[in-house]
Design a protein around this ligand. Structure first.
Ligand code: KG4
Ligand code: ZN
Length: 341
């Protein structure tokens, strides 16, 4: 038997600082430090995010190593998010990785954040083994920055079948929440509110786009007009109806997502269907996909909550497969705010 492959994964693309240890594909630790500083601003403030990453990165890495019971010398390589993301945030994780790799003389493995969201489905846990999707499978990746339907042919062969032309699904949740003066991030708040609301009381159309493309920017304008009109008649309109509005908006977003996903699955004759990204934490989306999967005889893969939003375990597992397939050059390269799949 060969030596164990031990990877330290580092994630700092947006507003979560995270470090994880993956040993032979198994998660040994996955520590995430979120950032509360952005709540007051209704969105991520890039400069504040970079500063918070600087404050968190060393304690987060220390904790991840300690929880895993791994010493720095035992690492086979260090994986980091090269992009896409906020430049200042990426620079903190990237520079840290570069410094650590030079000091330890260990190879660096760059990771694409969007691929990592998808490959999170391959993380194994210590307690029990997880079912993994079979190639080729489809993944609907829905986060604060992206909305994509991806045909996943292999660990490193992925084709984006379609994506959003403007706002991402998570962004749509966040922007609608902001219009309703709900706290940031709005997705989880709308998810909770919607449980109490009637999704058919207000209807919010979502633009029908060609092929597998999405557009969510019209939705927030539509919501804005409805809120303005309602408030003119009754100043307490939003307060009285927030659960119904949340439920209606959520229903519209999910319908747009799943319609396209079903169409893509039929066109490509694929039965293994996965969900990824922060919005995959949405309870109604999880339930609706499960139902749609039953109807179509799909094997559906819905990530546990810890792997929905940004985390370093997904960076670690992606670096692990790069390491196994020798699909890396070991050198640090500066981050890319925009990075293709
Ligand atoms: O993947 P992620 O953590 O960061 C990005 O890479 O963007 O996704 C964050 C996004 C935010 O827009 C947040 O509102 C959304 O995921 N989100 C949700 C839920 N939890 C997080 N959206 C809807 N329902 C949720 N339960
Ligand atoms: Zn993400």
């Amino acid at each position: 038997m060969g030596e164990q492959v031990v990877i330290l994964g580092i994630e700092s693309s947006c507003d979560d600082t995270s470090a994880a240890v993956i040993a032979d594909g198994v998660e040994m630790s996955n520590v995430v430090a979120g950032q509360k500083v952005h709540e007051a601003y209704g969105g991520v403030v890039p400069e504040l995010a970079s500063r918070a990453h600087q404050k968190h990165i060393i304690p987060v890495v220390d904790q991840a190593l300690e929880q895993a019971g791994v010493e720095l010398e035992q690492l086979s390589a260090i994986g980091y998010t090269r992009g896409p993301g906020l430049m200042g945030s990426l620079l903190v994780g990237g520079s840290f990785t570069n410094g650590l790799s030079l000091a330890l003389k260990k190879p660096v493995i760059e990771v694409n954040h969007m691929r990592a969201h998808i490959l999170a489905h391959f993380i194994q846990n210590r307690e029990k083994s997880r079912q993994i999707p079979q190639f080729p499978f489809l993944c609907l990746t829905v986060s604060g920055g992206h909305t994509q339907i991806v045909l996943v042919k292999d660990f490193f062969e992925m084709e984006v079948l379609g994506e959003t032309k403007d706002d991402a699904a998570g962004e749509a949740f966040d922007k609608v929440a902001k219009l309703m003066r709900l706290p940031y991030p709005g997705g989880p708040v709308i998810d909770q509110l919607a449980k109490e609301g009637d999704p058919d009381k207000f209807r919010f159309p979502v633009a029908d786009m060609p092929d597998f493309e999405f557009s969510f920017s019209g939705l927030k304008t539509n919501v804005l007009y409805k809120l303005q009109k309602g408030t003119q008649l009754d100043p307490d309109f939003v307060a009285k109806n927030k659960a119904h509005i949340a439920a209606g908006v959520q229903k519209a977003i999910i319908k747009a997502l799943l319609q396209k996903l079903e169409r893509a699955a039929k066109k490509h004759g694929i039965k293994d269907i996965a969900l990824a990204g922060g919005v995959s934490a949405n309870s109604e989306l999880r339930e609706s996909l499960t139902q749609l999967g039953k109807k179509n005889n799909w094997n559906t893969f819905i990530p546990p909550f810890a792997y929905c939003t940004d985390n370093a375990a997904m960076i670690g597992i992606t670096a692990y497969y790069s390491f196994l397939e020798k699909n890396y050059n070991g050198q640090y390269r500066p981050p890319m705010a925009r990075m293709k799949m």
